[in-house]
Ligand binder design. Sequence first.
Ligand SMILES: [Zn+2]
Length: 234
Amino acid sequence: MGFQHNTLLELLGGVREFETDVYPENEKLFKSLAYTQQPPTLFITCADSRISPGMLTQTEPGELFLIRNVGNIVPAYGNMVGSVTSAIEYAVGALKVKNIIICGHSNCGAMNALLELNSPKLDAMPTVRRWLCNAEAALASLPDLKAEDAGPEEIKSLAEANVRLQLAHLRTHPVVARALARQELEIEGWYYDIKNGVVKVLDEHSPRSYTVEEAIAYLKDQKKAQGDTPASGS
Ligand SMILES: [Zn+2]
């Protein structure tokens, strides 16, 4: 384990290091971001502390508009007016992001809790229970799974099913549906394996998944094919 900022004092020490070392090294970048942001991507992931979206995608400040919550959940449109809905509207409607990623992950506590939605264990967390109802349909892909039998593989399958469910929910947001219809937006689901440092790109409509290499090759082919197609004149 690396050094942990366990106390407030240590956390402030980290900020001091940012101010004295990191900021000066990146001053140009931060100055360029002072009054504007144009992030190309909305990145939706779990609140889990082990996920560092910037590190994972090797992006810099200003590149990812972030939504984080317990279980990387996107309530279907109309179910709830809240931070997720408004952030999606703002990201797509105002910032005109080009990509939306929903990223689930290994060993997700929310997926474990989902398997025990009706257990007394969640009695002390009534809002977590209600929130996780937005992911309940993901359980349909593993109908006989019990919490006590769920190992890393089962939790992984559930996390992947949850990402697919949340992609479907995302499509119910009118601002997203409009941008997709105009082909101004691409959406994709990922699964991040913390232990092995590997991301899988999920097929939205089947249990298949692809390595990042495969996904890159596919996108390159697709772009090439589009480039080869004569303009339709519309
Ligand atoms: Zn999680």
